[in-house]
Unconditional design. Structure first.
Lengths: 268, 313, 172
């Protein structure tokens, strides 16, 4: 009996948790997670300092400052989540490490779930970093709880949506460069409706576009709750698109995970 | 006992390109099989099919008695060193092996023991906690071999295990493979271009060319099968070169003058006993008063057989 | 004559403040003044009374805010997100009370009032009287703590990063 055989077989951790644990270690202990968090915190420190030292700040502008801080957190986290998920499979292919992962008896879905967990952690850490800034800016106007609660809800829905999108692209992209390019293009397309003239945004077509785009719908909802002090349920219809996207895209990514192969498009 | 590897009509198409065609193979358990073929012969494709990375276009196979329709079970029983194996640069060697052990269902503590043991076996114990980014090419190959053994496989596939290594590194890796094959009792398939080492290491050899098997057997069987002409290298004093050439011509022996002025390369025809032919050459040269400074027979090796078979097909 | 004058004065005093009428509808507010601080909410109630002999339907009540200071921009939507109320049919001589919750988002002197219009029927607008709001400034953001915060958060992450980097270098 070899030494490997003789090892006592104790109950093993589910494969998706094993993958998640390793991916989180690779991201936060061995990778770029901490430098990204540092850069993000510097950005928020800069904007918060500028806002806080503005003598002409009035009540509403302060609420808007809280809203901007939240939206920056959501937008930056959205970018990071999408890019990290976009690297999940195509990056492994390019680095030559995918084959070893395909050779284990772990279900393909477990691999994808584990990688999704690491990507989602980027959102959670970005949100955690933004908490002290939101607290500082919002404590005088009594908006901290509402801002953090709605920010967490909206950001989590958007993060789930973008993780699913990134993973889907990554499974099928023939190269990592293509995967990242598609991801960036998708993100720009999702943000594009916010650049429409305000008149166009108020028309029925503009309104529809803003509502069906999960990113703009989520950010719109945040603005209404934080700046306009709407109740949580008052604009709940704006959360339909983010909620649907948060379910559909990850589900689609899990569905195609079974097709994970060494070369994109090839069935294994 | 089921064969370690069995294939029936295994075929793989990529569009109009036939990468593997009608591969029928049976390899008994415990055999060390050398898998040879020129670049593009289909060796890596066959290995990827047998290790469930790729689906065959037609045909069937079984690994350790497990049919190809149960890929997850096959993966539990095989260990693989891929040709283009990459390693996560941010992990240590120990971390990498622990991770893969856990992916094979081992608990955290078991995975730690396995990683420690395997790193010792492949000579990486002292660098266990170094980042893989700091490993040399040879160390990475050894790490890859360790990873191939992490699940104590019944069949091990090593695709170009000495690729990119210097001669010393190649020797180390092949010695390691031989030792591990003996100690683990696994069936080992080694895909390599190093024919001399295959002769030394492998019980059987399979030669693949353009997706088809052109030969399968022991090295002796393959060498005899090829029965190609052998060569001899004759070194004589420069002033006696003409006399030596005349003696060889009179004996009907094909020769060619080498780039060096005092060497002649002789060709011993197929079917002729090389030792008798060599003795005849030396007698004729001595009779012609040619001083023989050196004579050596060449060829009759696996590489000759390999070249003969792949060129012929 | 004096008695008549006295009676008129008493009646005038008895009329609740901020009451107006136009068409069949009159609108009254339950308070005439409010003092508060910026950011705080206050509520008031408007009573909409049908002074005619017929039921009135299709009434819409709308909240308005204006500032006496030309330099202060007032967006009523910021003060209240429920500015328009669609009322049920008022029976003859009936009334309905509508509560309004308003957040003072600007400082200064403001007037809040409610206007009621009928969808069909009278073209007149029935305004309430004014609710005069005095909103005091308040330091809502203490900027004194911003520099420590702006330095502490990145500093903490940098510390973690440094510790992690040392750990990785020790390994390799």
């Amino acid at each position: 009996m070899t030494a490997v055989e003789s090892v006592r077989r104790r109950p093993a951790t589910p494969a998706s948790l094993v993958v998640a644990e390793q991916e989180l270690r690779d991201l936060w202990l061995a990778g770029r997670g901490l430098p990204l968090a540092l850069a993000f915190s510097v950005l928020l420190s800069f904007t918060t300092y500028l806002v806080a030292t503005n003598q002409g700040l009035n009540f509403l502008e302060q609420r808007e400052a809280v809203n901007v801080t939240l939206q920056v957190a959501v937008a930056v986290a959205a970018l990071l989540v999408l890019l990290w998920a976009g690297d999940a499979v195509s990056g492994e292919r390019e680095r030559g490490t995918l084959e070893a992962l395909l050779l284990v008896p772990t279900p393909r879905r477990a691999l994808v779930v584990g990688k999704a967990a690491a990507a989602l952690s980027l959102w959670l850490i970005a949100f955690a970093v933004s908490v002290p800034y939101v607290w500082f800016l919002g404590r005088g106007v009594g908006v901290v709880g509402v801002a953090l609660g709605s920010g967490l809800a909206v950001g989590s829905l958007l993060a789930l949506f973008l993780v699913g999108l990134g993973l889907l692209v990554s499974v099928f992209a023939s190269s990592n460069r293509l995967s990242l390019a598609i991801g960036l293009f998708a993100l720009l397309a999702l943000f594009a409706p916010t650049q429409m003239p305000s008149g166009a945004q108020k028309g029925w077509a503009g309104d529809l576009l803003l509502r069906i785009d999960p990113l703009t719908a989520g950010l719109h909802y945040l603005g209404k709750v934080v700046v306009d002090a709407h109740g949580a349920g008052q604009d709940a219809s704006w959360l339909i698109a983010p909620a649907v996207a948060a379910v559909l895209l990850p589900a689609a990514a899990l569905a195609v995970a079974g097709r994970l192969s060494l070369r994109s498009g090839e069935r294994a | 006992m089921a064969a370690a590897i069995e294939t029936h009509g295994l075929t793989k198409w990529y569009g109009g390109l036939r990468a593997v065609e009608q591969l029928d193979l049976e390899v008994e358990a415990g055999v060390v099989l050398g898998f040879l073929g020129p670049n593009g012969a289909g060796k890596t494709t066959v290995i990827r099919i047998l290790t469930t990375i790729l689906r065959p276009s037609a045909g069937s196979f079984a690994i350790a008695g497990i049919p190809h329709t149960r890929p997850v079970e096959i993966r539990r029983r095989v260990g693989v060193l891929p040709e283009t194996a990459g390693y996560p640069e941010g992990q240590t060697g120990a971390e990498f092996l622990r991770y893969h052990a856990r992916l094979f269902g081992r608990s955290r503590a078991d995975a730690r023991s396995i990683a420690q043991h395997l790193l010792g076996e492949v000579g990486l114990a002292e660098r266990a906690d170094s980042l893989v980014s700091r490993y040399s090419r040879g160390m990475r190959q050894r790490l890859g071999i360790a990873r191939a053994l992490v699940n104590d496989p019944q069949v091990v596939f090593l695709d170009e295990p000495s690729l990119g290594l210097d001669p010393a590194g190649q020797r180390q890796v092949l010695e390691l493979i031989g030792r591990l094959a003996r100690e683990h009792g696994a069936t080992v398939v080694v895909s390599t271009h190093l024919l001399a080492e295959v002769e030394e290491l492998c019980d059987q050899v399979l030669i693949l060319h353009r997706g088809r098997v052109v030969a399968h057997g022991t090295t002796g069987e393959l060498t005899r099968l090829a029965a190609g002409p052998r060569r001899g290298r004759l070194r004589v004093p420069v002033g006696q070169l003409e006399r030596a050439a005349a003696a060889l011509a009179a004996a009907g022996i094909d020769y060619a003058q080498d780039g060096r002025r005092d060497e002649l390369e002789l060709t011993i025809p197929a079917g002729t006993d090389p030792e008798s032919a060599a003795a005849d050459v030396l007698r004729r040269l001595l009779a012609a008063n040619v001083a023989v400074l050196g004579f050596a027979l060449e060829g009759g090796s696996l590489s000759d057989a390999f070249l003969a078979m792949t060129e012929a097909s | 004559m004096r008695r008549l004058l006295l009676l008129a004065l008493v009646l005038a005093a008895a009329i609740p403040p901020a009451a107006s009428a136009a068409g069949p509808v009159a609108v009254a507010l339950d308070r005439a003044t409010v003092s508060t601080q910026i950011g705080r909410r206050f509520t008031f109630t408007s009573t909409i009374r049908n002074e005619s002999d017929r039921p009135v339907s299709g009434l819409v009540a709308h909240l308005n805010v204006l500032s006496f200071d030309p330099g202060v921009y007032v967006d009523p939507e910021d003060w209240s997100s429920h500015r328009t109320r669609y009322l049920a049919t008022l029976p003859a001589h009936g009334s309905i009370r509508v509560s309004w919750s308003v957040q003072a988002v600007n400082s200064g002197h403001f007037v809040v009032y409610v206007a009621v219009v009928e969808r069909s029927g009278s073209e007149a607008v029935a305004p309430s009287g004014t609710l005069r709001a005095t909103v005091a400034r308040r330091q809502t953001l203490n900027s004194g703590g911003v520099l420590p915060l702006a330095l502490a958060v990145p500093g903490a992450i940098l510390l973690l990063f440094g510790v992690n980097l040392r750990r990785r270098r020790a390994r390799s």
